[in-house]
Design a protein around this ligand. Structure first.
Ligand code: GLN
Length: 535
């Protein structure tokens, strides 16, 4: 087996420069050149995973097939590479410390003082190499969360330093993503913040091999030369990353700048033909030149932070491109929706997506919105909590169980049409204990779901504790709601539909997690198509 190569991506100057997108774009180009690539994210916070974080804090929690609750960057990795990630692709400081402390309690370090160096750094290095040691990948790209200089990033930078020393620079390289700010008053691009952040890295013993420089304006030769000189790299190792119109432009921008070639050269890997991003570019072309527009209301309680619904909005982009439709998202806060203002709030929409969520806040607004689109024949897609709210709305307003609810919201509700799963009843721990990851679902022919997927057995990702209460199944069926997808082993209802409606589908799972540029999600494709047809 040949040596797996490692690429580390660190960030300097400020957060939110898009390390995840740069990592994913580089990976895309390397993949296109025939290398097997995966991307990993190391997050310096102490939570074991982001599953326990409020989306306002950290955006969406992304879920993998193997049921890991992860950082939303893993969503970008999958959407760009079209290959699944797993638990090993996201590691947090909490997880690192947990394993070290577990080992300490087991006596693995008996007699020794357990310290950040070497014990924590060893564990970090072990986690980085876990992916490489599978033998599945030629190149592992590891994104180090946070910004260089943060106290909590230090052990990661030290682990990178050690790995580079152990493996050699031709097997492990560091890309530093930084910002070149533009000073409008003097009309200049400034390199000083980058110089400082590179110095900071160097103080920790890491000398970055490639600089990727975010900038509003092109970098002149002079600026590139200055950056190279002061940051100890060659001029072709200074890569310009101009602000892009869409994140999906970034692979092309990096290709033009030659980032993939510099990386391959430094890793002593062969540089074969320039990758043709044919399918990718055809997606981009349709995305940028839509023939139609639809407006879809996204009703949720975290709408102030669009990152809380990242995978959903990206799924709209993928499926919109297939249909040559531009999807305009109308962000609607569920807490603001009342019977009195619903028509005004949702006027002019072509479709409604009710988002996932937890807890009681805003649910009555979601129910109100669903009632409105059900009665007005506007296409609807309910995701997870959105599906559960559709069930409650139907129970209250069609079946006549006016007090129907989910036991998540009201424990002693008289009609618990959504109830805690049996397997959840004994669980008291919070993190990683929901029904998570991929589960099978059997589709019923001649339904909207089956027409979308065009296959009987599907597998989709989940993140929930509550489920459709099967004791009420007959009541729903009699009143005209059908169940078009069921877990073949447990009988858990995965999909509900209203056949007498242009397009009304609720899913207990999260289809958005599996939508990628090259594999737009069938349900999103059909939902958006229905929005246009029904306009
Ligand atoms: N809160 C609901 C449950 O736990 C829905 C979860 C979700 O939307 N992801 O079942």
């Amino acid at each position: 087996m040949t040596q797996t190569k490692y690429v580390f991506v660190t960030g300097g100057v400020t957060s939110s420069l898009g390390k995840g997108i740069i990592a994913a774009s580089l990976a895309k180009l390397l993949q296109q050149r025939g290398f097997a690539v995966t991307i990993q994210k190391l997050d310096p916070y102490i939570n074991i995973d982001p599953g326990t974080l409020n989306p306002y804090e950290h955006g969406e929690c992304y879920v993998t097939d193997d049921g890991a609750e992860t950082d939303l960057d893993l969503g970008h990795y999958e959407r760009f590479l079209n290959t699944p990630t797993s638990q090993a692709n996201n590691v947090t400081t909490g997880r690192i410390y947990q394993s070290v402390i577990d080992k300490e309690r087991k006596g693995d370090y008996l007699g020794k003082t357990v310290q950040v160096i070497p014990h924590i750094t060893d564990e970090i290095k072990h986690r980085i190499q876990l992916l490489g040691n599978t033998g599945e990948y030629d190149i592992v790209i590891t994104e180090i969360g946070g910004t260089v200089g943060d106290i909590e990033s230090l052990p990661y930078v030290e682990a990178v330093r050690q790995l580079q020393w152990e493996l050699g620079r031709k097997n492990a390289l560091v890309i530093h993503l930084t910002l070149i700010p533009y000073l409008a008053t003097t009309g200049e691009l400034k390199t000083k913040p980058t110089q400082h952040s590179v110095k900071m890295l160097m103080q920790s013993g890491v000398s970055p091999n490639i600089l990727v420089c975010r900038s509003e304006y092109p970098l002149t030769e002079g600026i590139k030369h200055k950056l190279a000189l002061f940051c100890n790299v060659h001029e072709d190792e200074v890569i310009e990353a101009l602000d892009a119109e869409t994140i999906y432009d970034v692979p092309n921008l990096m290709l033009k700048e030659g980032l993939d070639k510099v990386v391959l050269k430094k890793l002593h890997l062969p540089i074969n033909e320039t990758p043709a991003l044919l399918k990718w570019n055809s997606f981009l072309d349709k995305f940028k030149n839509p023939k139609h527009t639809v407006i879809i209301a996204l009703v949720g309680k975290y709408v102030e932070l669009h990152d809380a619904y990242k995978s959903i909005t990206e799924a709209f982009i993928h499926a919109g491109s297939v249909n040559e439709i531009k999807v305009v998202v109308k962000w609607v806060h569920s807490e603001k929706l009342k019977p009195k203002n619903i028509a005004k709030q949702l006027e002019n929409i072509d479709g409604l997506l009710v988002a996932p969520g937890f807890g009681e806040r805003g649910i009555e607004g979601k129910i109100e919105a669903i009632k409105y689109v059900r009665e007005n024949n506007i296409p609807f897609l309910g995701v997870c909590l959105g599906m559960q709210m559709a069930v409650i709305e139907f129970a209250r307003n069609v079946i006549g169980f006016t007090d129907a609810n989910s036991t998540e919201m009201l424990t002693d509700t008289k009609h618990p049409v959504i109830d805690l799963m049996e397997s959840q009843k004994s669980i008291t721990q919070k993190g990683g204990t929901m029904r998570l990851g991929a589960w099978d679902c059997q589709l019923e022919p001649n339904t909207k779901a089956f027409n979308a997927y065009k296959t009987k057995l599907i597998s989709e990702r989940h993140r929930h504790r509550y489920e459709f209460n099967n004791t009420y199944l007959k009541d729903f069926q009699k009143a005209g709601m059908i169940t078009s997808g069921i877990n073949p082993k447990t009988g858990l209802i995965e999909i509900i539909e209203l056949p007498n409606h242009p397009w009304f589908v609720g899913v207990q799972y999260h289809p958005e997690y599996k939508s990628t540029v090259l594999n737009p999600h069938p349900l999103f494709i059909d939902f958006i198509k229905a929005c246009l047809e029904n306009k």
